[in-house]
Design a protein around this ligand. Structure first.
Ligand code: RB5
Length: 143
């Protein structure tokens, strides 16, 4: 189960991501927002991050205008590693090296076609499991 969330700046891209998830048969839960009306991204970041942190959802996707604010908020939740990605290299690397559990996208930064490729890469790349990456991830937890 994938947790989805956005603010108004990410709402339209979230709808495109939902179409991709529907087509590929991936289940998701949308934590809002539900329109392009102006709203505050930390609320949706918190809902998605908590559901991933508790293990209710395996991974999350958060979208705001840039992907930055919503990832900053999500990263305040213990155990969350949210990564803003603007290309497929970043999406692959953050799964391999950081075991990122939330993908953050900017609805005003990337087009729907690229965002879907980034999402596909993120969801289909496993963590490498390398000791050096495990060590660094555990160091993040103790910062
Ligand atoms: C909303 O205007 C915008 O600030 C928000 O979507 C996001 O880009 C913040 O980081």
């Amino acid at each position: 189960m994938i947790a989805l969330g956005s603010d108004h700046g990410g709402y339209e891209l979230k709808q495109e991501i939902k179409k991709y998830l529907d087509e590929t048969g991936i289940q998701y839960k949308d934590f809002g927002c539900n329109s392009t009306e102006s709203c505050d991204y930390p609320e949706y970041a918190k809902a998605v991050a908590q559901s991933v942190s508790k293990g209710e959802c395996e991974k999350g996707i958060l979208i705001c205008g840039t992907g930055i604010g919503i990832s900053m908020a999500a990263n305040k939740v213990k155990g969350i590693r949210a990564a803003v990605c603007t290309d497929c290299f970043m999406a692959e690397a953050t799964r391999l090296h950081n075991d990122a559990n939330i993908l953050a996208l900017g609805g005003r930064v990337v087009g729907a076609g690229l965002a879907i490729k980034i999402t596909d890469t993120f969801l289909n790349t496993e963590f490498s499991g390398d000791e050096r990456h495990k060590r660094r991830i555990s160091q993040i937890e103790s910062v």
